[in-house]
Design a protein around this ligand. Structure first.
Ligand code: MN
Length: 335
């Protein structure tokens, strides 16, 4: 019999009452109104409201499912739709609450702080506070901010701070910045738009050369890598081909490494929302068996079903221990 593994889930969303009061009171913001209204409806209406707010119920659900620890993060898209000054205040308020929760439950909860990328200098300062005095374990960024991506020079202070303070960045999806053709049939959400958006963001980081400038950054992608592992061979092939024939015509940049080498060096992926043994086996082969972490994506996915999948998936004992806790302990500095 395999020994029982500690189970750590790393994409677990919540909100505080104080955060909801403040955020829902903001009437003027540059972000997509439909996305904000949907988020507010989710945060206001049962049963999700209680599932996001009630940490005692969450602990009971974790106990019932056999989950030891949750790495908590703010409900997406967090502070990113708001005006810079509002986002700075919201992030500080939320991070203080998160740090207090983790101090109260050090063996059950860890936390990813939230930052306001629309105020890059303050986001850099907040990253330092998150990783320093607040004692948290990384940051979560919900993909684009005002339609801009982290390869944009505007965000250089934030990336420099994340690298300097060893803050892994969980690059979580949100509704795509290019909304038009995603606006029908429910496409903009988790069914497809989220993966297209977060996958685009990761590809921008790789192909722009951003990871040559910040070689020690670690990005975490949920949903088994937002589709990228499946395409790595083709991405490498097309990058090599286009680089060779016509750099100017294709706008392809020369990089120090192949795209897949960055994906294996600078990215770690999680199982959030993908309880699929075939996809997991493929992902382990693509990114390596110490680069996949367990996540539920609570409260939007079922904790008991995800833990059952983790315990029964057809992987080796070493792979299961890595997915269950060892990789999360390494990436997020968990004891
Ligand atoms: Mn999520």
């Amino acid at each position: 019999m395999a020994t029982e593994n500690r189970v750590i889930a790393v994409e677990e969303h919540f909100v505080t009452d104080a955060y909801v009061q403040t955020a829902h009171g903001l009437d003027h913001f540059p972000g997509d109104r439909t996305e904000v209204q949907l988020t507010r409806a989710v945060e206001r209406n049962e049963p999700t409201r209680s599932q996001l707010l009630d940490l005692d119920a969450r602990l009971a659900g974790m106990d019932a499912a056999g989950q030891d620890m949750a790495v908590l993060s703010l409900n997406p898209p967090g502070v990113q739709p708001y005006e810079p000054a509002d986002a700075v205040g919201l992030a500080r308020q939320f991070n203080d609450s998160l740090a207090e929760i983790v101090r109260r439950h050090p063996t059950r909860f860890a936390g990813l702080g939230t930052v306001p990328p629309q105020a890059p200098e303050q986001a850099a300062e907040e990253t330092e506070r998150i990783m320093g005095p607040l004692g948290l374990n990384g940051i979560m960024i919900n993909s684009h901010t005002e339609g801009r991506y982290l390869d944009d020079d505007r965000f250089a202070p934030l990336l420099a701070a994340a690298e300097a303070h060893r803050a892994p960045i969980y690059l979580h999806p949100r509704v795509p910045s290019m909304l038009n053709q995603y606006s029908e049939y429910g496409l903009s959400g988790a069914i497809w738009g989220y993966a297209a958006e977060a996958g685009l963001h990761a590809m921008r980081l790789i192909l722009s050369g951003t990871l040559d400038r910040y070689p020690h950054l670690t990005f975490v992608l949920g949903h088994l890598g937002e589709g990228i592992p499946y395409y790595l061979t083709r991405i490498d092939n097309r990058h090599a081909y286009a680089s060779k024939i016509a750099g100017a015509a294709t706008a392809m940049r020369t990089l120090e490494h192949t795209p897949s080498e960055y994906f294996q060096r600078n990215f770690v992926i999680t199982t959030s929302g993908v309880d699929d043994p075939n996809a997991l086996e493929f992902a382990l082969g693509a990114v390596g068996e110490d680069n996949v972490m367990f996540a539920v994506d609570s409260p939007y996915e079922d904790t008991a079903a995800a833990v059952e999948f983790l315990k029964t998936a057809p992987v080796t004992d070493t792979q299961r221990a890595n997915i269950s806790h060892r990789t999360a302990e390494r990436v997020f500095g968990l004891r």
